[in-house]
Ligand binder design. Structure first.
Ligand code: 4NP
Length: 155
């Protein structure tokens, strides 16, 4: 069992899409190994809330339902609960590296980087953007999700 946590700033735009798209790609192919996916935010401003309506609509256009997800704040215990914490941008990664207790279980990395999609790449925050910004985020995450599924198979 591999436990994966996706992290962004608010847990209402990017990380719900990272969770939903990657789970969907993983479930679309048969695998003997099992992987769990969850997401959280660096901040807790939206804790308990569903994903942003624009993120829900973007996923829906691509046949993925993320409307049942609920935001939560990253907890220190997450560094022990998860094998892998993958984040959207370098600001997120800096916070993860600061908060990560020594000897904790989780490895922390940029999602685009770990998946092999883009070395050192970031998924830009679409929160103040328009529908095109969300679509661009979807395209990047879809690329990373495909790379991640391939890499998970090799673990
Ligand atoms: P996310 O986008 O990190 O992709 O979920 C954001 C959502 C909300 C806020 C910032 C980023 N906020 O400041 O409330």
């Amino acid at each position: 069992m591999t436990d994966v946590l996706f992290v962004c700033l608010g847990n209402i735009c990017r990380s719900p899409l990272m969770e939903g798209i990657t789970r969907s790609r993983w479930q679309a192919q048969a695998s003997a190994s099992s992987v769990s996916f969850d997401s959280a935010g660096i901040g807790g401003w939206h804790a308990g809330a569903p994903p942003d309506a624009r993120a829900v609509a973007t996923a829906h256009r691509h046949g993925i339902d993320i409307s049942g997800q609920r935001a939560r704040k990253l907890a220190i215990s997450d560094f022990q609960r998860f094998d892998l914490i993958l984040c959207a941008d370098r600001g997120n990664l800096e916070v993860l590296q600061q908060q990560r207790p020594k000897n904790s279980r989780a490895a922390c990395a940029l999602f685009l980087d770990w998946s092999g999609a883009r070395q050192d790449g970031e998924i830009p925050d679409p929160y103040t953007g328009d529908e095109r910004a969300f679509e661009a985020v979807y395209t990047l995450i879809d690329l990373a999700a495909t790379g991640m599924v391939q890499r998970l198979h090799r673990l």
